[in-house]
Design a protein around this ligand. Structure first.
Ligand SMILES: [Zn+2]
Ligand SMILES: [Zn+2]
Length: 367
């Protein structure tokens, strides 16, 4: 901690300003200068260490501003998957202190509505107080981040900051969905869409003891990454034969569980139809639509479809503990790291989809 203290004093003298990236909505990322914020009551200042890019950043902000409400981008510093170290605390902090390594739950809620009281600030119903980092308040694509103490989760020493950056959104979203449908050694699992959330779901299915994991994606690079990381028993190119391919792999019955991570209408229909009688499907991929026959595809086979959006902060704490127990390191999904100065390249690469997870990193996380 002595080193941190010394670092603090240097920071205070030398850094009144910092760089932060904003997304103008024209497929670029723009670096601007900002004042280093000052934590007030119940707030902390983080020195950023790792900030990963999410599919939703690309879908709703980067190319053009498509988001409304919770996905409405208000021109703030981007990045809703931040992980860093506390360098300053405001008054009134009760648990966290300077030097702590922390993950930030990426939506700051009112704290008082029913959803916030369940720990699901993602679903906070207060229009006035619900603020997502990187959407309606400054996010992690900067040297420093101002966060509310109530939004923090301790990052264990066994996990790196780049592991931590993926917990809140990607791994948390996947974990929540898998907990909703329940995964055990009885289950063959189909994952449609092998982007970061799909790969996270596959990695978690392995640790939860799934019997077999099948993945489907359009992009050969993603299928290859799933194979290289040993996350899927079969990685199958998406196409019109997908349902019969899955039936052939499961003695004609279909999978017990399906996790839809693509948001594509055909993939959603595949996930529903390739699930066996009494099976469960969870939808995690955003946007779009789906067409299926309620009687033939769902009701008569006694299947259940779950919807799921991100996770709760207590489940994030539980996931972090389990990642250590399982020795599961989310940073294995990161294929590219960029310094903040090259943030534009980082978003451009993520927008191609020809990569795993892309991270903007600082200090030791860049080495
Ligand atoms: Zn995200
Ligand atoms: Zn709330």
């Amino acid at each position: 901690m002595m080193g941190t203290g010394a670092m603090l004093r240097i920071d205070k003298q030398a850094e009144a300003e910092m760089q932060g990236a904003v997304l103008p909505g024209n497929s670029t990322a723009e670096l601007r200068r900002f004042a280093v914020p000052e934590p007030s009551w119940g707030q902390v200042l983080l020195r950023m260490k790792s900030s990963t890019i999410c599919g939703s950043d690309i879908r709703a902000i980067y190319r053009e501003y498509l988001g409304k409400g919770p996905e409405g981008y208000q021109g703030v510093i981007a990045g809703h998957e931040p992980c860093g170290q506390i360098v300053k605390t405001g008054s009134g902090c009760r648990r966290f202190t300077v030097g702590d390594r922390v993950i930030v739950y990426h939506i700051s809620g009112c704290g008082l509505c029913n959803d916030c009281r369940r720990g699901y600030m993602i679903s906070c119903t207060s229009e006035q107080y619900r603020r997502a980092y990187g959407w309606q308040r400054d996010g992690g694509m900067a040297n420093y981040l101002l966060a509310e103490e109530k939004d923090l989760v301790f990052l264990p020493d066994a996990l790196s900051y780049t592991d931590g950056a993926q917990v809140a959104c990607g791994f948390g979203t996947a974990y929540e969905g898998l907990e909703k449908i329940g995964i055990s050694g009885n289950d063959s699992v189909l994952i449609t869409g092998l982007g970061p959330v799909g790969l996270a779901a596959a990695a978690l299915c392995r640790k939860l003891g799934a019997h077999r994991v099948f993945g489907i994606d359009l992009l050969p690079g993603r299928l290859q990454l799933a194979r290289d990381l040993g996350l899927c028993d079969e990685a199958i190119p998406s196409g019109p034969e997908n349902v019969s391919e899955i039936l052939a792999l499961t003695a004609g019955r279909g999978v017990e569980r399906a996790v839809e991570c693509s948001g594509h209408h055909d993939a959603r229909a595949t996930a529903i139809r390739a699930t066996r009688r009494w099976g469960r499907i969870v939808l995690l991929g955003e946007g779009g639509t789906v067409q299926f026959q309620p009687s033939a595809d769902l009701m008569h086979d006694q299947k259940t479809i779950y919807g799921s959006w991100v996770t709760s902060i207590w489940k994030m704490e539980e996931l972090v503990e389990r990642l250590v127990r399982w020795q599961l390191f989310p940073s294995r999904l990161v294929t590219h790291r960029f310094p903040l100065g090259r943030v534009d390249e980082a978003y451009a690469l993520m927008a191609t989809g020809r990569c795993g997870k892309v991270a903007v990193c600082f200090d030791e996380e860049l080495l």
